[in-house]
Design a protein around this ligand. Sequence first.
Ligand code: FEO
Length: 399
Amino acid sequence: MHNIRKITDDLYYVGASDRRLALFENVYPIPRGVSYNSYVLLDEKTVLLDTADSAVGQQFFENVAAALAGRILDYLVVNHMEPDHCALIEDLVLRYPAVKIVTNAKAATMIRQFFTFDLDSRLQTVKEGDTLCTGRHTLTFVMAPMVHWPEAMVTYDTTDKVLFSADAFGTFGALNGNIYADEVDFDRDWLDDARRYLVNIVGKYGMQVQAVLKKAATLDIQMICPLHGPIWRQDLGYFIGKYDLWSRYEAEERGVMIAYGSIYGHTAAAAECLASLLAERGVRNIAMYDVSHTDVSYLVSEAFCYSHIVLASSTYNNGIFTPMENLLLDLKAHNLQNRTVAIIENGTWAPVSGKLMRAIIDEMKNMTVIKQTMTLKSAMKEDQSETLSAMAEAIVASL
Ligand code: FEO
């Protein structure tokens, strides 16, 4: 049974959601599932904008057939070649053998790498600014390298002012019937997953996201149709503003994220004391995580959200406790910048985690390390409470 939604008189949502997949890209937990969006434009010529993940293939093909309602498919626009959107291209070609594939040269190379069907006889290569007139609509192609792969592009319908934005402006989370951001409470229910999606997937490529935002600013965009998550037709500036902050590595919230790596609970206890000291001093925006219990993708997302980060870690194998080291290396890999960091270390006989955490932070851009640090030898003692209070004061002073 098909399940499509009409967006405009000639544009249909033909994507589908997956709530069975545990790990997106086999690495990011998606407890709320994910949607693979795809769109059919019915003009004098018919156009499919991207396919979908093979997991939703059956639903996707029923949807495409329903939207086409017996018409042939003239064009497939390939905006992005990651298999969550390209997996069904060969199957599509078998079902719609007359289809022309419209994409850029880099994507064409990837199509040849992933598939074996005859691409060249149906390939229409486009580059920045090229257009495709389908009748009433004119589609313009805008390159978006590294958002999320080097071949990524976005397609702008100059007629109806719709931006098919590929991975940009996407989010984790299956669609629950409502396909528009204005049909859900996005800020309450979706924003955290949208941030986690963006910063984990393209956090490293903030400059490239900024480049796409600059190009988008030159277009009159009335609707954003991404490849994941809700479609935007109202209050576009809200979400574009979030993307701007995330890709400039600016904090969304003035507040403190405390992440601790603790083996028997003593490092955790010091982190809890610091949280109380911050709260006593009026800090109301504190997020606290045990790095052994929270998947690192959530921690990276929170680090992008908060202005201040406290890292408290045990020493392990004469190094940083493994999950904390993993977090720090992930933050560095994602290019996190412009944060204020405080450090607590612990070690029963040779505490070195503080020095080693500092060394990783020093390799990151524009990070300020609060000079009040704390060294625990096994467990925090009463006579160290002044040290911790000094750290809390320093954090509050810089908030
Ligand atoms: Fe949703 Fe980069 O693919």
